[in-house]
Write a protein that binds this ligand. Structure first.
Ligand code: SF4
Ligand code: SF4
Ligand code: SF4
Length: 251
């Protein structure tokens, strides 16, 4: 059986990192109770966090991190050439992530401020899909290992997998969390794609939108509602900009 051009026998996987904290990669190496099964299902040929092998012969490339340097553009183009399936892993890869915040500033000034007389070459931050074609995007900061495992099963054995279309609020209510709006805290749960099981509202933080917009997110109605609750456009835009997933929907 083939799916997306891949034989359903132990595909060779590679994991690469661009600009980010590599926390999404670390998620793949975590969760010991399923790690052995995960490593039985795939052949890891390039993944510097867990292996010393570095082959360019792979079926699936997971790319973690955003693109922020010219050498990353070149590297990504080579990865794209080698990979049958390229997966953007995590919010940095899918949207630019927290690094995308720097696009709102004068990069030369920021470079001088941070590096003084040793400026570093840097580009405006882009998502992986803004540079090369991407076959699948797995959002989250970090990604959920459960979700990645289900997606790997989908890629290898064609096990059906669908990202939740509904927003975080639904999972939040399923776990009986008191809504943060009841205590005056902003939350992007109504417009953010579910799949994380709403840990941030449960922790009293409200959702910061790391998984990007839910399908058919009604940003207009969301803004009306949060304005009625006293939040300003600046507060809302700051929250929606944090992971870079809401560009085009900002107030
Ligand atoms: S999405 Fe979050 S956890 Fe993943 S690499 Fe970026 S900053 Fe790190
Ligand atoms: S806390 Fe956030 S995610 Fe939970 S119900 Fe309220 S708005 Fe929705
Ligand atoms: S609740 Fe929001 S910020 Fe927290 S993990 Fe889920 S999508 Fe990300």
């Amino acid at each position: 059986m083939k799916y997306l051009g891949i034989d359903s026998v132990r595909p060779r996987i590679a994991v690469f990192e661009l600009t980010g904290c590599e926390g999404c990669e670390l998620q793949l190496a975590n969760k010991e109770e399923t790690l052995a099964a995960f490593l039985d299902a795939v052949e890891v040929v390039n993944f510097r966090e867990i292996s010393s092998s570095s082959s360019d012969d792979y079926d699936i490339a997971f790319v973690d991190g955003a693109v922020s340097r010219a050498d990353e553009v070149e590297r990504l183009e080579v990865i794209r050439e080698h990979a049958k399936v390229l997966v953007a892993l995590g919010s940095c890869a899918c949207f630019g992530g927290v690094s995308r915040l720097k696009n709102a500033f004068d990069l030369n000034e920021a470079n001088r401020e941070v590096y003084g007389d040793r400026p570093q070459e840097t580009l405006p931050v882009r998502a992986v899909s803004e540079v090369v074609a991407v076959d699948l995007e797995i959002p989250g900061c970090p990604v959920s290992k459960d979700e990645v495992e289900r997606i790997v099963q989908h890629l290898i054995w064609d096990v059906p997998y669908h990202f939740p279309a509904y927003p975080v609020c639904l999972e939040c209510k399923q776990r009986y969390t008191v809504c943060t709006y009841e205590v005056g805290l902003l939350c992007l749960g109504p417009i953010t794609r579910a799949g994380c099981n709403a840990p941030c509202p449960a922790g009293g933080l409200g959702c910061w939108g790391c998984r990007g917009p839910a399908v058919e997110a009604n940003a207009e109605e969301f803004l009306t509602t949060v304005h009625e609750r006293g939040f300003t456009n600046d507060e809302i835009a700051e929250r929606m900009s944090f992971f870079g997933g809401f560009e085009g929907l900002l107030p």
